[in-house]
Design a protein around this ligand. Structure first.
Ligand code: C5P
Length: 221
């Protein structure tokens, strides 16, 4: 988007998984390559926005020209996000672990020393929900969440939009055979107050550019 349609806008993006440590060598995590979030960071940067990318561990290199904050856990991701506010737009693409092990042991859990037959869990903060429900100027003008679903994609995503309190939900179908999970393509439906728009399957870079154009249009209104 030459001309910088988002110039002067500040945008916070979360990407990648979070890792929730159990002991020094083990963690709980969601599957997430970070590709869609990094593509969004680049597309927003290319449109002239000032981008903060808060990312969990991925195999990708931090994009140039964005403020990059690498984190490990959901609690670190939340702290980095709160620190980055206020922004005009928040895009919450990360696959945050909903739960973390209640305790992180300082020493490696050993089978020989009794091992572990279950892992007590405790709930992580919901970053999208808490930012969506902020009041005053700390709430971004536009809050966008993502929803990876395998069935009744639209129904679940719309319920999620209302539950979280975000403005838009970008729903993606991650069922087997879609090439979404870990792949280079994505098929999305954007749900807003005004209804839904389903885009054909395209590269994650093109999905990012399509979303940027919707964001530009939202600010033009
Ligand atoms: O509830 P679910 O994890 O499916 O919601 C997905 C959306 O919520 C994504 O935008 C994700 O980044 C965000 N989320 C979050 N913090 C959590 C869990 C999810 O920001 N603890």
């Amino acid at each position: 988007l030459p001309g910088g349609d988002l110039s002067g806008r500040t945008i916070l993006i979360t990407a990648g998984p979070t890792h929730e440590p159990l002991d020094p060598v083990r963690y709980l995590a969601n599957r997430s390559s970070g590709k869609q979030g990094y593509a969004l960071a680049c597309a927003c940067r290319d449109a002239g926005a000032r981008v903060t990318l808060v990312s969990g561990p991925t195999a990708l290199s931090p994009p140039s020209g964005v403020r990059f904050i690498g984190v490990e856990t959901a609690r670190e991701m939340e702290a980095a996000c709160l620190e980055a506010l206020p922004v005009d737009v928040g895009i919450f693409c990360a696959a945050v672990a909903d739960y973390r092990p209640e305790i992180e042991t300082a020493h490696k859990i050993k089978k020989e020393r009794g091992g572990l037959s279950s892992i007590p869990l405790t709930e992580n903060p919901d970053i999208l929900k808490s930012v969506s429900r902020m009041s005053g100027e700390h709430r971004p003008t536009l809050v966008i969440g993502f929803a990876a679903e395998t069935d009744d994609v639209i129904g679940h995503a719309e319920a999620k939009r209302l539950r979280k309190g975000c403005d838009w939900i970008v729903a993606n179908d991650v069922s087997p055979g879609t090439d979404t999970m870990g792949g280079d393509n994505n098929t999305i439906t954007i749900l807003t107050d005004n209804g839904e728009e389903t885009l054909p399957q395209m590269s994650k870079d093109d999905v990012a550019r399509a979303l940027v154009s919707r964001i530009v249009a939202a600010f033009d209104d």
